[in-house]
Design a protein around this ligand. Structure first.
Ligand SMILES: Cc1cc2nc3c(=O)[nH]c(=O)nc-3n(C[C@H](O)[C@H](O)[C@H](O)COP(=O)(O)OP(=O)(O)OC[C@H]3O[C@@H](n4cnc5c(N)ncnc54)[C@H](O)[C@@H]3O)c2cc1C
Length: 407
C-alpha cells in the first residue's frame, strides 16, 4: 500500500484534524476509557451524535442510509487521526461494526432506510445475540427457536454474554427455524426490537465490578417477517458476514496494552532506579514491541485488502490471538511490578495502577470474545497452514438427531 495521501485524502485529513481539535478532547494519556454506567453511555451517545451531524459517522455507508458515502481509505484516515483524541465509540462498535454490514447486505430496502440512519447517528444502539449457554464456539449448535405464525415469527429461548443488551434498542438474533436439517442449514437471522414484550434482559456482573454483558430470554417474542435478514434457513451465511465484520471491527479497537506499558516504562522507578534499566523489563519491552509492531503491520495489510474491495482474512484472527494474549501478559506482568499497590482499582488513587488492575480482571474475557484463542488457532491452522480440518462428528446429521447429554 502507498501510505502517502492523495490530494483528496490530504484535504480530508486536514478537515478531520480541524474538526477533532474543535470538538474532541486530546488524549493526554493512553489509558483505557471504560464503557460502564448510564452517564458514560449518555456522554457516548452525545459524542456520536455530534460526530454524525458533522458527517463523520459510518464513512463508507451510502448517504441514503446515514453514512458519508466515502471510501475505506477515508475510514483509515479518520482512524489514524481520531486515536489522538478521547472518544467514546465502544458502545456502538457491535451495532455499526458487526450488525450494520449484515443489514446493508441482507435487509429489505424499507428496513434499511428505517433502521440504518438511526444506527449511524447512535440514536438506536444494537447488540448481537448469537451465543447461548451451550453454543459459543460452536454457535451453529444454538437452540433458540423461531416458529412461523402467519406473517410473524415467535421466538423462544435464551442467549448469553450479549454485550450492551441493557442499552440496546435493537438486536440481530440468530435462531433455529428447522431442526430437521443439518445444524448450519436450519438457521435464520432476524432483527429484533429489544424493548418489546417477551424480551427479558438480565445483566451479568463481572469480576471487575462492571456489567458489560447480559443474559437475554425470549418468551414468545414476536418478530415480523419483514425483520428477517436473508433467506429462511440462510442464517449461517448472514452470521458469517457478521463474524467476519466483527473480527475487523475488533482489530481496530482491541487493546494490546503495549502503548500503556511503554508509557509506564518511561516513567516508573523501582528501588530508586528507572525500571527501563531493569534487564527483565527490557527483555519484555523488546519482545512486546516486536509483537506490537507486527500487529500494526498486519492491521495495515488488512486495511489494504479491505480498501481494495477484499475482506479481512486470516490476518484478523492472527491479530486477535496475538493482541489478546499480549494484553493479558502485560497486565499481569505490570501488576507484579507494582507490588502490593498493583491491586489498586480506583483511578482516583492511581490511574496507571487502576488501568492495569482493571486489565488483569477484564483481559481474560478479551481472549474469549469474538472467538477464543483455540478457535483462532483452528482458523489459522485450516485456512493459512492448510492443515486437515477438525473431525466434525455432527456433519450431515439433522440437528434434532445430534446426540446430547441428558436434559
Ligand atoms: C467480553 C465478552 C463479550 C462477548 N460479547 C458477546 C456478544 O455481544 N454477543 C454474543 O453472541 N456473544 C458474545 N460473547 C460470547 C463469546 O462469543 C463466547 O464466549 C465465545 O465464542 C466462546 O464461547 P463459550 O463461552 O460458550 O465457550 P466454549 O465454546 O464452551 O469453549 C470452552 C473452551 O473450549 C474451547 N474450545 C471450544 N471449541 C473448541 C474447538 N473446536 N477446538 C479447540 N478448543 C475448543 C474454547 O477455546 C474454550 O477454551 C462475549 C464473550 C465475552 C467474553
Amino acid at each position: 500500500m502507498d501510505f502517502n495521501d492523495t490530494p483528496d485524502l490530504a484535504s480530508f485529513r486536514q478537515d478531520v484534524k480541524t474538526w477533532l481539535d474543535a470538538n474532541a478532547e486530546r488524549r493526554t494519556d493512553k489509558l483505557h476509557m471504560g464503557m460502564e454506567g448510564e452517564q458514560a453511555f449518555q456522554e457516548a451517545k452525545a459524542w456520536y451524535k455530534k460526530k454524525a451531524d458533522a458527517g463523520y459517522a459510518c464513512l463508507t455507508w451510502p448517504k441514503d442510509y446515514g453514512g458519508a458515502g466515502l471510501t475505506p481509505l477515508h475510514e483509515v484516515v479518520w482512524t489514524q487521526e481520531v486515536e489522538h483524541f478521547k472518544t467514546r465509540d465502544a458502545h456502538f462498535v457491535i451495532g455499526i461494526g458487526n450488525c450494520g454490514p449484515a443489514i446493508l447486505h441482507f435487509a429489505e430496502e424499507e428496513q434499511k432506510r428505517e433502521l440504518l440512519p438511526r444506527m449511524a447517528s447512535a440514536e438506536d444502539v444494537w447488540c448481537q445475540l448469537f451465543s447461548e449457554p451451550s453454543a459459543g464456539s460452536d454457535v451453529a449448535g444454538l437452540r433458540t427457536r423461531a416458529e412461523k405464525n402467519g406473517d410473524d415469527w415467535t421466538l423462544n429461548g435464551q442467549k448469553i454474554w450479549t454485550s450492551g443488551a441493557q442499552y440496546s434498542d435493537y438486536g440481530v438474533v440468530l435462531t433455529r427455524t428447522d431442526p430437521t436439517v443439518s445444524k448450519y442449514r436450519g438457521l435464520t437471522l432476524f432483527m429484533i426490537d429489544m424493548r418489546q414484550p417477551g424480551v427479558e434482559v438480565r445483566p451479568i456482573k463481572q469480576m471487575d465490578g462492571g456489567q458489560h454483558f447480559n443474559e437475554v430470554f425470549f418468551h414468545d417474542a414476536v418478530v415480523p417477517d419483514s425483520y428477517r435478514l436473508g433467506d429462511v434457513g440462510g442464517g449461517w451465511t448472514g452470521a458469517l458476514t457478521i463474524l467476519m465484520s466483527e473480527r475487523l471491527a475488533i482489530s481496530g479497537v482491541q487493546p494490546t496494552g503495549f502503548p500503556q506499558f511503554l508509557d509506564l516504562v518511561k516513567s516508573l522507578e523501582l528501588d530508586g532506579e528507572p525500571i527501563a534499566n531493569d534487564p527483565i523489563v527490557r527483555d519484555r519491552l523488546a519482545s512486546w514491541y516486536s509483537q506490537y509492531a507486527g500487529l500494526q503491520a498486519l492491521y495495515k495489510r488488512m486495511l489494504t485488502a479491505v480498501a481494495k474491495g477484499g475482506i479481512a482474512g486470516a490476518e484478523a484472527s492472527m491479530g486477535k490471538l496475538v493482541g489478546a494474549v499480549m494484553n493479558q501478559e502485560i497486565a499481569n506482568f505490570t501488576c507484579q511490578l507494582f507490588g502490593p499497590a498493583g491491586i489498586i482499582l480506583d483511578p482516583e488513587i492511581s490511574p496507571e495502577r487502576a488501568h492495569f488492575e482493571e486489565q488483569v480482571l477484564f483481559s481474560p474475557g478479551v481472549r474469549l470474545a469474538g472467538g477464543t484463542d483455540e478457535v483462532m488457532r483452528n482458523i489459522l491452522a485450516e485456512q493459512v497452514l492448510g492443515l486437515p480440518q477438525e473431525p466434525r462428528a455432527d456433519k450431515g446429521i439433522a440437528f434434532q438427531d445430534i446426540p446430547t447429554g441428558p436434559s
